[in-house]
Design a binder for this molecule. Structure first.
Ligand code: ATP
Length: 472
């Protein structure tokens, strides 16, 4: 596994991720995705949507607005309870999330007996200057506030949503009224969420603006455990389809004392990042908490009428909630490889020896991003062998135009062919197609696979179909 500095520098150099507002010195906790990064993220979203919505008969989608009625956040509990403990160092004025500061030093932040305050264990130090002169931890609400309309007062206060889920619950009745869904069924949504994190850190892992992919799966009360297990299985399996191997994926099963009072089960899907094992997704059985709270606050009955049993009930819900940015970061870390390859790609690659200054005689170093074809930002690159031979350029161009209909493809005629392969290896492009002199005779092209570097000749007419099959 590469270290984070390696990933960060590759992401900047190749245009996966940039610092937000970089020309103004950046802004903490906000990131921009460049040409390769935005394709990667789009592919992750598409893979999720395909698996969770399109491939199923029992899930539909919504796309709700980011700013919602402020009562939504009272009902959801976010106005009163969506907070992290914050403290300041009196010596250097740095601000920290108190629970993380304690954890980083092998300690655990305590709670006051009434459960409303925090107790800092003795000996905890400022991680910036080492001082133990720290303020008492106090609660800090993570929601960003704004105002609607021209007057900025309490009545016009609104929040940027800290999760997408509430846009699903508030549309529960609309979906029931306008579709033919029957319990059990789900509503899915992908969209931006905002949290004013006290300490954004670990690159894009903890940001202040991020994207969530959430499903609320509505079920008959009493079937919670079985549906929760089902979704944990489904979601774990999905990660392997985007290139995260099972041995780096783990489940954190919440013990009873860590569960929210309304939840009957919760499992976090964890991935072994270079900075440790961290959460990609939470899958919780939340009972009828959300619908019942909205019923109470809105005065609308959030019920389902079961036509088979003639019963009315408030459905329970299982919620798989994943973060696009965290998954993209995991995919970037997993894909990264450094290898020594025989010059001219003739033969098998060897893993680069860590710390070695240069590869042995006859080998050259390559950085290769081994994205699975379904998430790779660019699916294939098309190269004419030489740029000063109009017949080669023309055929390569027409092949490129044809492959564009299948997915994102790249055309490159600049530089030696080996260097062009290397550039695409680093961008993670799984396939390279070269148009050479033989193409002009029999219309075959070479099809190069990024990982094995194996080249085969195939009829150009088969290229689009082969690419389509590989992307899936
Ligand atoms: P954490 O404990 O890491 O703060 P959480 O348990 O508060 O996360 P949830 O509220 O369960 O997170 O949100 C669901 C998903 O949204 C998370 O699994 C994660 O992938 C994503 N997510 C949450 N907060 C952030 C953030 N600040 N930056 C990027 N992604 C986030």
């Amino acid at each position: 596994m590469p270290d984070m500095d390696t990933i960060v520098s590759l992401c900047k150099r190749r245009g996966f991720v940039f610092q937000g507002s970089e020309i103004y010195g950046g802004i903490g906790g906000f990131w921009d995705y460049g040409p390769l990064g935005c394709e990667l993220k789009r592919n992750i979203r598409d893979a999720w949507w395909k698996a969770v919505v399109r491939a199923r008969d029992d899930v539909v989608g919504v796309d709700a607005s980011i700013i919602m009625h402020p009562r939504v956040w009272e009902a959801s509990g976010h106005v009163g309870g969506f907070q992290d403990p914050m403290l300041d160092c009196r010596a250097c004025k740095k601000r920290f999330r108190a629970d993380q500061l304690c954890e980083d030093q092998g300690q655990k932040l305590g709670k006051t007996p009434d459960g409303n305050g925090y107790v800092l264990p003795p000996g905890v130090q400022c991680s910036a200057c080492g001082s133990t002169d720290l303020t008492e931890p106090r609660a800090f609400n993570l929601m960003f506030e704004s105002n609607t309309g021209p007057v900025k007062d309490d009545a016009s206060r609104v929040y940027l949503r800290p999760e997408t889920a509430q846009g699903i619950f508030t549309n529960f009745l609309n979906v029931l009224d306008t579709t033919r869904v029957k319990v059990p069924f789900g509503i899915a949504q992908i969209g931006k969420a905002f949290r004013n994190e006290i300490n954004p850190r670990n690159y894009t892992f903890r940001s202040r603006e991020f994207e969530q992919m959430e499903l609320e799966f509505f079920i008959k009360p009493g079937t919670d455990a079985q549906w929760h297990e089902y979704w944990v299985r489904e979601r774990m399996a999905w990660y392997t389809t985007i290139g995260l191997p099972a041995h780096r994926l783990h489940q954190y099963v919440y013990p009873n004392e860590e569960l929210a009072h309304y939840a009957s089960a919760c499992v976090d899907v964890m991935y072994d990042f270079p900075f440790g094992r961290q959460e990609l997704e939470g899958i919780a059985a939340r009972g009828d908490f959300d619908l019942s709270r909205h019923a109470e606050f809105s005065g609308k009955k959030m019920e389902y009428f079961d036509p088979e049993t003639n019963e009315k009930f408030v459905p329970h819900v299982v919620e798989p909630s994943a973060g696009v940015d965290r998954i993209a970061l995991a995919v970037l870390c997993e894909a990264y490889g450094e290898e020594w390859v025989p010059k001219g790609d003739a033969g098998a690659a060897r893993p680069a020896e860590p710390g070695a200054a240069r590869p042995p005689e006859g080998y050259e170093a390559r950085t290769v991003m081994r994205f699975t074809p379904n998430v790779a930002p660019i699916k294939a690159a098309v190269f004419p062998l030489l740029k000063n031979k109009p017949e080669l350029v023309e055929r390569a161009r027409s092949l490129y135009d044809e492959l564009k209909k299948v997915g994102a493809v790249f055309y490159d005629q600049t530089g030696a062919i080996g260097r062009r392969y290397r550039r695409q290896d680093e961008a993670g492009t799984p396939f390279g197609l070269t148009v050479d002199f033989q193409t002009l005779e029999d219309d075959t092209v070479t099809w190069r696979e990024r990982d094995s570097m194996r080249q085969t000749r195939i009829p150009a007419a088969e290229a689009a179909g082969k690419l389509r099959d590989a992307i899936g």
